[in-house]
Design a protein around this ligand. Sequence first.
Ligand code: PGA
Length: 267
Amino acid sequence: MPTQSVTSAHKPQITISSSPREASAGLAASIAEAIRDRASQGKTYTLGLATGSTPIPLYQELIRLHREAGLSFRNVYSFNLDEYYGMSPSHSKSYHHFMRNALFDEIDIPTEQWHIPNGETPRNEIGRHCQAYEEAIENAGGIDLQILGIGRTGHIGFNEPPSQADSATRLIILDPLTKKDAAPTFGGVEHVPNEAITLGVSNILKARQIALMAWGEGKSEILARTFNMLPTPNLPATFLLKHPNFSVYLDRAAAQKLPPNLTCQPL
Ligand code: PGA
């Protein structure tokens, strides 16, 4: 695989904070401003949302802003990246369940305005379901801001390597490393689903703005590889380097192996 410094036309804006909480507070403040700005014009704001441990401090801060600063989500639409396949929305490990607990049940977003792929879609209807999900995003005016974590395989959403830049919403087989990382949550790797429905790389890249967050030393290696490589299907997160409005929020542990030539903004 070719390894060299980032040569894409757009350098990502990288912000390194002393803690996930501090980084998330900055991002949450800009989301709140965008939501309020749209509301003042009578318009909606569409978020692309992620699951996993990474976005939890962001969701906690958005909940705090809702409770303590009157931030309303009544004009917000949201579309989650992915859902485990074969899993009912009510299952305690489903991303439906996660999102209700982590955010939706704590804010005033109307139920009909948040969307997550249905992990119980019959196999012969998956193509249609994925197409309908993409159409719903288009009908909502496209995603204004896509929130992302990164997996140690370099996946974004569940776009495991190899995933092409033009990949669409689809069923995907989870990488063994992804399953290993999910094993503690499921009480053993044998309980982790084999498949998931995920937005494709092409859908993610259509967002008008992208914010990738990563915390901790465990993510430092994959981040170093991502920012040292030309875009490649073998590390799907590298396709983000092509996006003109791509921001990265890291804590110091996650940032420790980044190439020194990247422009970073320490807080
Ligand atoms: P994590 O997962 O937030 O639980 O680390 C991130 C991802 O796999 O995208």
